[in-house]
Design a protein around this ligand. Structure first.
Ligand code: SF4
Length: 731
């Protein structure tokens, strides 16, 4: 198999580092856990895994004269395959971030006014424990909720569960991957999971619908995409914007925003009516195919044309192209799948189109992931709650598989079904992560306690009562990483250097807080090394081995199913559900239906958002290496539209949404590469936290403009492409 060069990988990742990071690429030979001389300095190498995003690639960190110097991919790691992405490479800048939280803080003034006193860890944790005990006594332990993101939250969550908390919300569900997981689970009985089970590098036809891989930088997927491109795979990209991957595509379909379901139905209509689907797969594994085909019969390319703006010939040609290469045709399920409020059905339509390709468990399709078994550490059982979770009373969203963040927020505002009086927020900037920040602040004002654990003074930290500074990923141990992937493996995060100030790792914070709460029995180990080693020994490994290698591979397992193999799907029918009786019984469409989106108000543009390859939302906004690579975002405006508005590329504008909210100033990118009905900005910029000095008001915030959202009726996900803006030139 042809492997990509680093140059091709970076071409696809759409960004390279300039002078700012060049100094981190000095040529030091790879040596795991070795000590070498580099430029007259003492250099040691320590394997660990990255936390600049959730992909968790393993790397080898180089430490020179006691300071992190650079980080490279660990060649043993199946995820990174020896290469890190641009922001992972620049992740070392997190250590040098001038705005890092340095010591625990307790608020002394009004919430949100940034008036703090520095305290010791003992004082901070005692304060938190006393407040938590009071909340438990007055309202019950369920009234303490948690919002979490990242590996560092693991032990703090453990402490909260030991205390009796049950409302643990990850915004990555209702604000990101939830509709996809639910849509695929309704169809196949299981989701796509993380890292995605997509056999990109063996696909002969790849379809990206709303997924801008390459800007959305998930390392191994981008490497696989580069390999697939190198092998001549046909790429079909559907996006209102000519994205990086559109530039690698045979077909770019510049769809009218919010009409994806119409295109998906028309594609399936062509594939079914022309008999191009995998009949053997459908016959053996499909359920309700006839009713599905009947539901599609009027959804022709001619019907879809006025909705999507994609001409019928292109719809037919691309549908036939997909069928030509099946089962090695992969319609990428995407990741952020919260768009317009009908997102579970949109993801289900993607799942069904994949099913027509017969690619489940097939090379170039959706493979069967492998994993290793690592037993847990014996712990006392968590207390049982007699109350249900607060986020989804009466199962209003019947297919929600996880706690809905905006549901916890709504319960905090209303006090129903019971009061939520405390939030523990770990590693997620809720002011940017949730739509409608007014509602978030309204909820915060109902709280008796808001604790924020973070590495930087994010906007949510500005609203906290107590801020606990977490060590960055280069300074701490975390829970073992045992993920499902094409090759099973375990990887270790371990400290590369010590924290420079009074920061502490999540496991330490969780343990010490448990002791203050009288829950020490939930930490029957002296320190994290003892805990990790005990788990690894049970798996026939040792901490010493992981510390040395960073990654241990398990035996290769089959990831493809054989022709005609017996597969049982975990659905009510035991088959792939082309028609879903579960959905019909719950009052939803058993086959996805299309609803036209709200029209643009006169003179306004739909605001669409995405990611950049050198930042992870707002969390990297003060990393000096990543700022140097991308200091601010831009607003993409169609060049003819810009001309009509009297705006040129490079001008600064402010965006005003339908509710009168006005953004910070942001520079215009006037381009042919975007549909005239929308404008586009990268998410995560324009922070309003004054404590976050090097990030403060750089670029404009998309989150600030998301005052409106639609809620997915199946699982409670909140849409992020439901707002419209006008542009005003900034003097
Ligand atoms: Fe780090 Fe990049 Fe891997 Fe994310 S994809 S874990 S940022 S190297």
């Amino acid at each position: 198999m042809e492997k990509i060069s680093r140059r091709r990988f970076l071409q696809i990742s759409a960004a390279t580092f300039g002078a700012a990071t060049a100094a981190t690429h000095l040529n030091v030979p790879f040596a795991v856990a070795a000590t070498a001389k580099g430029g007259g300095a003492d250099v040691k190498t320590v394997p660990t895994f990255c936390e600049i995003c959730f992909w968790k690639c393993s790397g080898i960190a180089y430490v020179r004269d006691g300071k992190p110097w650079k980080i490279e991919g660990n060649p043993l790691d199946p995820l990174s395959q020896g290469r890190l992405c641009p922001r992972g490479t620049g992740g070392i800048g997190a250590y040098y971030d001038p705005d890092r939280l340095r010591a625990p803080l307790i608020r002394v003034g009004e919430r949100g006014k940034d008036e703090w006193k520095k305290v010791t860890w003992d004082e901070a944790l005692q304060y938190v424990a006393d407040k938590m005990k009071k909340i438990k006594a007055e309202h019950g332990p369920e009234s303490m909720a948690m919002f979490k993101h990242g590996t560092g939250a693991r032990f703090i969550e453990h402490t909260l569960r030991a205390y009796g908390a049950i409302n643990m919300a990850a915004p990555s569900f209702a604000q990101c991957r939830g509709p996809r997981e639910v849509g695929f689970t309704l169809t196949y009985g299981e989701g796509i999971s993380t890292p995605e089970r997509t056999d990109i590098e063996n696909a002969r036809c790849l379809v990206f619908i709303g997924s801008h891989l390459g800007e959305n930088m998930h390392n191994s997927q981008v490497q696989e995409l580069a390999n697939a491109v190198g092998k001549g795979a046909t790429i079909i990209t559907v996006d209102p914007r000519f994205s990086t991957v559109a530039g690698k595509s045979k077909y770019w379909l510049p769809i009218k925003p919010a009409t994806d379901i119409a295109l998906l139905l028309a594609w399936m209509n062509v594939i079914v009516t022309e008999g191009l689907y995998d009949k053997a797969f459908v016959e053996k594994y499909g359920h309700g195919f006839d009713r599905f085909a009947q539901a599609l019969k009027d959804r022709t390319p001619e019907w879809a044309y006025p909705e999507t703006g994609i001409d019928p010939d292109t719809i037919r040609a691309t549908a036939r192209e997909m069928a030509r290469y099946r089962p090695a045709t992969l319609i990428h399920p995407g990741r952020r799948s919260v768009w317009n409020g009908d997102d579970t059905q949109r993801s289900r339509a993607i799942a069904l189109l994949n099913a027509l390709m017969g690619n489940w468990g097939r090379k170039g399709g959706l493979y069967v992931p492998a994993s290793m078994e690592v037993p847990g550490y014996p712990m006392p059982k968590y207390p049982k709650s007699t109350r249900g979770k607060a986020d989804n009373p009466g199962k209003k969203y019947p297919f929600a598989e996880e706690v809905i963040s905006t549901g916890v927020r709504a319960a905090t505002i209303s006090g129903k079904p019971y009061p939520i009086k405390g939030w523990m927020v770990v590693g997620t900037n809720l002011i940017q992560a949730l739509p409608n920040r007014k509602e978030t602040i309204e909820a915060i004002n109902q709280l008796d306690l808001l604790v924020v654990v973070d590495t930087v003074p994010s906007e949510i930290a500005g609203w906290a009562d107590v801020v606990l500074p977490e060590s960055i990923y280069l300074e701490r141990y975390d829970e073992l990483m045992v993920e499902t992937f094409r090759r099973p493996f375990i990887s270790l995060r371990q400290p590369v250097v010590e924290s420079p100030h009074d920061q502490k790792p999540g496991w330490w914070i969780g343990k010490k807080l448990a002791e203050k709460l009288g829950l020490a029995e939930y930490y029957p180990w002296k320190d994290i090394e003892e805990y990790l080693n005990a788990r690894l020994v049970k798996a026939g490994l040792s901490l010493a081995e992981l510390k040395q290698k960073g990654v241990v591979l398990g035996p290769q397992q089959p990831i493809y199913v054989e022709d005609g193999a017996e597969i049982s799907f975990d659905t009510p029918s035991g088959k792939v559900e082309f028609w879903s009786q579960r959905l019909a019984d719950a009052g939803f469409d058993p086959v996805p239906k299309y609803t036209p989106p709200d029209p643009n108000p006169p003179g306004a543009f739909r605001l669409i958002t995405g990611r950049a390859p050198v930042h992870t939302f707002s969390r990297t906004q003060s990393n000096p290496l990543l700022i140097a690579a991308m200091p601010e975002n831009e607003v993409w405006v169609n060049v003819q539209v810009a001309a009509k508005l009297g705006i040129k590329g490079g001008d600064y504008v402010k965006l005003k949404n339908q509710d009168g909210v006005v953004s910070n100033r942001v520079r215009v990118k006037a381009t042919q590469r975007i549909h005239p009905g929308c404008v586009y900005m990268v998410h995560g910029f324009g922070t309003e936290s004054r404590m976050w000095k090097s990030a403060y008001r750089r670029g404009a915030s998309t989150a600030q403009l998301l005052t409106r959202y639609k809620t997915d009726p199946l699982m409670g996900g909140t849409s992020i492409h439901s707002n419209f803006v006008t542009l005003e030139k900034d003097a």
